[in-house]
Design a protein around this ligand. Sequence first.
Ligand code: AMP
Length: 538
Amino acid sequence: MPPDKPILLGIDLGTTNTCVAYVRNKIARVVPSDKGSLILPSVVAVSEKGDLLVGNVAKDQMVVNPRNTIYGAKRLIGRQYHSKVVQDIKHYFSYEIVEGPKGESAVVLAGKVYSLPQISAFVLQHCKRVAEATLGQEIHDAVISVPAYYNDNQRNAVKEAGRLAGFNVKRIVNEPTAAALAYGLNRGFDHKVLVYDLGGGTFDVSVLQLHGNVMEVLATGGDTFLGGVDFDNRIIDYVLEEFRNETKIDLTQSPIAMQRIKNAAEAAKIDLSLLSNVVMELPYIIDRRGKPVDLRIPLSRERINTLVMDLVEKTFEHVERVLEEANLSRAEIQEVLLVGGQTRMPLVQGRTHHYFGKPPRKGVHPDESVAIGAALLAESMLEIDSVTLVDALSMPIGIAVTGGRFRKIIDKNVQIPTQRAFRLPPPRPGAQLELDVFQGESDKIVDNEYLGTLKFPAEAAGQRVAFNLDEECLLRVTIEGVGSGPREVMLATRDTPDALKLAWQEEAERRRLLEERTPPAEKPRGLFASIRKAFGGE
Ligand code: AMP
């Protein structure tokens, strides 16, 4: 018998759910599971008995075991523990988030510390097992999607998760690009599409030009902290407030009550996509002086629309910016594709229709299109030249310079792969050759994400450094003139991002004071002097 043709999976590793697709006989399908399509809650838990649970079983026991149930890993993966974002959202999670050995965020599950790639690997491994069992053959390769807005650390962490799960990760693809592929492959289109992707935790918007099977990203943007959970949190806050007004009881101190409200808030939100009114009923939510107290709060579609209106408006600020960056008017967009579960909300659909003056495209399934696109891309990688993706960098990458400012090395929306090179400062006795690399939109490093520190050997002084971005938007830094041929310099973590930013701020302040007191001929020296001299515009 001829060996089975290899199957490659396309995996949409979502904040809330993970969806897996494959291609057979040129047709892309979502991998079926015993309960229908394989859309698996991205939840991992350890049961009271010590068993590892993944997916629905993990989600089902979340209410009774919130401390040992990890959800929303996509919001934390590849992020430094001390970063502002993690510190800001830490209290929204019912499990413990700690600092990992390299300063990254990690989680505690049944008393043991796990990295976020390990947690996501449990989900991916489960998908691999189900897909192998359903499709009847071993599977090795996968294309995994990530939000276009993910930075280098986050992309690497997802790749690592895939590897830990036993996959050969053929490629990391941006979710909107995958969605556009699911929509446009082999359809011979020649037009511009806007992908509006509002999922559980992230919002992504991209404008693409389709020319047949060439998909070119013109501009991309979004927010890694804007998604369905924020909608849920608005409902939760409203319910807590109503309950407090009615009973004078604060439920925030009860993790189990909070978990029940969280589940009920999401369920009510989903029901309100179809119905105009629901009643949230949670019997025996807490007891007061030995007597059970029930929660019963009516919710209308109108009410939740008011609660989340500003979140929806915020998505259109990103849309506006992306259109501006692509130099396009709303009217020049021929199709609007809605992706992500949260786009099922009538308010989101109505607002999109109103904004573009035409209804969004309904043909692409919001939950499945990214996985389908990833599977199509995986399959196309077996054939030469069948699909060309021209992606773009979603956030500038650069280095810290004088006064804690950010100097861009690679600009936003530059098409990838790309390379940008510059020279290190000439040799200087005692000066350290280090560059702190950041990614973000602000001209101050404090507001950007710290990617790591490049430590150069002394002989690198005066040599050419190249920042290379590959097609997966992963950064590789090489240096020439040290040994034979270009040599890769790895990004290392020097410090926590906050300590580092503080050091830069102190340096800026010290410099400001020195400048106030020093005659112009005498220039400050010190830790950052050589780099400042080369890049700081002194
Ligand atoms: P995704 O990350 O694409 O799986 O999207 C998940 C998000 O979509 C979650 O926040 C869900 O609560 C939300 N969602 C799913 N279905 C609906 C629906 N019918 N109406 C509103 N939100 C939904």
